[in-house]
Design a protein around this ligand. Structure first.
Ligand code: SAH
Length: 249
């Protein structure tokens, strides 16, 4: 069954309307017909079973049949603080992060970040669109939020709200996720931050500051991963150990 996303202000008690690019896609590519059942998501995590009632070139009207209780969000909320990389790497990070169930992606300016942010971070709209497209594909209930970039200092404040802070660091000397899991009370962890360095890695002082605030500094193995790989690997391991990709007991 196809799933569509449309903002909550295009929902009434009985109907949802789809406008914009999806309309043409619906009648030209998917060739969905009147009466066909679809799922419609209000971009805020609520989903309905619906039935196509009307299709024209401007809009598609969907009659809502039933609110769905489906929720494929992980019980572990992962906040990825990503040392801001160059070029289009953030596109990949947002797309794969969405599939992996990450809740928020926060581009972070650490001291070795080599990207000039001319005032406002221009790519935010584009990244948010990539997250939405990835949600359609992986049928995720909630769209992850891509935040405005934060400075290392601001990040340190946000970390206070986390139950767990994990920092992949290539010089972590044999202490890994498995060691960390054996030292924490897994059932108490709902919000976890992952902090990944940019291409040039972290400064030693940044690592020491994070460590002094209780962050777990972990290795992801003896090979150096690219910055865009490290977040996926770490998120996958946390979802496996504390989230929803390892199956049920
Ligand atoms: N400064 C290093 C590598 C930076 S890789 C160098 O150039 O040699 C970018 C980021 O990916 C790092 O800051 C770290 O967060 C993460 N990373 C890469 N490989 C890793 C590994 N083997 N273990 C843990 N973290 C790793």
């Amino acid at each position: 069954m196809y799933k569509f996303f449309t903002p909550s202000d295009l929902f009434s008690d009985t109907h949802a309307t789809i406008v914009g690019d999806d309309v043409k896609h619906i009648y030209k590519v998917l060739r969905i017909e009147i009466g066909e059942k679809v799922i419609v998501n209000n971009l805020q995590g609520t989903e309905y079973l619906g039935e196509i009632e009307e299709v024209n070139k401007q809009q598609v009207n969907i009659k809502l049949l039933q609110k769905l209780e489906i929720n494929n969000e992980s019980p572990l909320e992962i906040y990825l603080f990503q040392g801001l990389p160059k070029s289009a790497k953030m596109d990949l990070i947002v797309q794969k992060g969405t599939e992996l169930g990450i809740k928020e992606i926060i581009p972070t300016i650490t001291s070795r970040v080599d990207v000039k942010l001319k005032g406002e971070f221009k790519k935010l709209d584009r990244l948010q669109r990539i997250a939405l497209e990835a949600c359609k594909q992986c049928k995720r209930t909630l769209i992850p939020e891509v935040k405005e970039p934060v400075e290392f200092k601001e990040m340190m404040e946000v970390l206070m709200e986390m139950d767990l802070v994990v920092v992949p660091y290539e010089n972590a000397e044999g202490y890994g996720i498995r060691n960390m899991v054996s030292q924490v009370n897994s059932s108490k962890i709902k919000k976890a931050a992952i902090i990944v360095g940019p291409e040039g890695g972290f400064e030693e002082e940044e690592i020491e500051e994070l460590r002094s605030k209780g962050a777990y500094i972990v290795t992801l193995g003896p090979r150096i991963l690219r910055t865009e790989t490290a977040g996926f690997v770490c998120a996958s391991l946390l979802q496996y150990e504390l989230g929803d990709i390892g199956g049920k007991f």
